[in-house]
Ligand binder design. Sequence first.
Ligand SMILES: C[S@@+](CC[C@H](N)C(=O)[O-])C[C@H]1O[C@@H](n2cnc3c(N)ncnc32)[C@H](O)[C@@H]1O
Ligand code: SF4
Length: 379
Amino acid sequence: MTDTGDAIAVYVHWPYCARICPYCDFNVVRDRGWREEQAVLVEAILCDLEAQAALVGRRPLASIFFGGGTPSLMRAEDVGRVIARARALFPGGDVEITLEANPTDAEAAHFAALREAGVNRLSLGVQSLDDAQLTFLGRNHSADEARRAIAVAAGVFDRLSIDLIYALPGQTVAGWTTAMAEALAMGFEHVSPYQLTIAEGTAFARAAERGGLIPPDEDTAADLYEATQSVLGAAGFEAYEVSNHARGVSARSAHNLHVWRGGDYVGIGPGAHGRLTLDGVRTATVAHRRIGDYVEGVAAGTPWSEQERLDPRAAAEERLLLGLRTVEGVALTDLAALDLTALVEGLVEDGLLAVAEERVVATATGRPVLDAVLKALLT
Ligand SMILES: C[S@@+](CC[C@H](N)C(=O)[O-])C[C@H]1O[C@@H](n2cnc3c(N)ncnc32)[C@H](O)[C@@H]1O
Ligand code: SF4
């Protein structure tokens, strides 16, 4: 049993990007303006949505999330069609509908149409408000362009989140603190500061191997994390998850909370991950990553390249990994298959975990060392 009841969320992956960033290991392809291919993909997405809805039945809609890639490059009309289809298949009221956007002038010009199509929350990939850092990150927008996009988005959407990337080579606590202060003056309800990850197979990983990119050492990274917590906390943004800060409970992302609480979600689009309860068994799904394979797979009734029935231990481990990242923690009953009582007691004594109302949560001391806490629990 999860905290999310019968509700189901919808994740839609749009893989196209105007430019591929050197740090990104998401399932992305460069947008070459091939509108026919994109029109075919939209039809496949609609068809996949119908097929998965038939599989899981008519359940209440929790939320919709358009991620990517760069879904702000989708035609607003297509976004509207996907939303309408999801609403028709899963009954729901006024649910949160988020779309990820890149902060270019061209995309900002499109925000009102996306709002009109039904999107009610925008997640803007600002990453930095410093031109040198944006160049280093290989972004296709300037800091001024990002500032303009934030202003446009704030005028169009009641609910606005921005993503920032920190722990860049050479970044100091003072520099990051000033950067956050500038961003925080711009008016949004939610911010996701992500520590730069050097992901395998990316251009940054190759540069790091050659010694051309040196990320901050562990101590500096820990100091930058601490600065993030204190600056955002002082500005009224609560860290309700390790990398997600909201100004008040209503500003928390309903979609992400649904996922972190162990709720079911259909993953639609190339490479999208889903979690479905099928015949009473929690099942992990991964759609074909290549656009052509996905389109063919959907047509053949086989959209997934992977489908794994999670045994109770694997399902409980996943609940633990996600739940401990949040202020809500995880219900002890969800962890029954793992038999963690003695280990949890030890970590409570160490001040890294706390147990209250039959839930276990990571403490302020435990959160920065969550990887080590999880390792202690799971190995
Ligand atoms: C998959 S991207 C989609 C959003 C949009 N395409 C963009 O780039 O603005 C979602 C977010 O993941 C974060 N991200 C992606 N790769 C990352 C990495 N290697 N390290 C840290 N954050 C990363 C960025 O902050 C980005 O905004
Ligand atoms: S970070 Fe965003 S824009 Fe850059 S390649 Fe990844 S998904 Fe595309």
